[in-house]
Design a protein. Structure first.
Length: 158
């Protein structure tokens, strides 16, 4: 498992908040895709795509599953019927791990970061959500060829 420590600047995004069961996430993703196509604010071919995990699916019984579906933007998003909002992905230090393959297997990599890598590193998790950058995704790429970068927030060095 190759982990790179990176510093990123804040990223201005348009976000659709998903607050429901993980099984219904695909419906929210489709709604966000439709907003992107109709609004032209965050063209998929020109702007990066992200997912911000405010909670983890395996913790569902304890708290609602919250996940933001995001597209990079240059300007503020106007009010819209989709409920897409202006947000920002926090800048700072992150452990970056590249995942190749199905999104169904992302949870295994996230768990490895939490349970294996973090306790064996000299790093501490920062109190901000981890996020995913989708380098490519279906239907433009086969499920087995999807590339996703996982960004795990770290506290600043002293």
């Amino acid at each position: 498992m190759r982990i790179d420590i990176v510093n990123i600047k804040p990223i201005k995004v348009a976000a659709l908040e998903h607050l429901d069961k993980p099984e219904t996430l695909e419906q929210s993703i489709e709604m966000f895709r439709n907003w992107r196509k109709e609004s032209g604010f965050s063209p998929i071919s020109q702007k990066r795509t992200f997912g911000v995990a405010h909670s983890r699916p395996e913790v569902m019984p304890l708290q609602p599953f919250r996940f933001d579906i995001c597209g990079e933007v240059d300007a503020n998003v106007p009010e819209n019927s989709y409920g897409v909002l202006n947000k920002k992905i926090e800048g700072g230090r992150y452990a970056k791990l590249r995942h190749k393959g199905s999104h169904d297997n992302l949870e295994q990599k996230v768990n490895a970061l939490y349970r294996t890598w973090l306790p064996n590193s000299d790093e501490m998790k920062r109190d901000t959500p981890l996020f995913f950058e989708y380098i490519n995704f279906m239907p433009d790429a086969l499920d087995s060829e999807c590339i996703t970068d996982i960004y795990f927030p770290l506290k600043p060095l002293r």
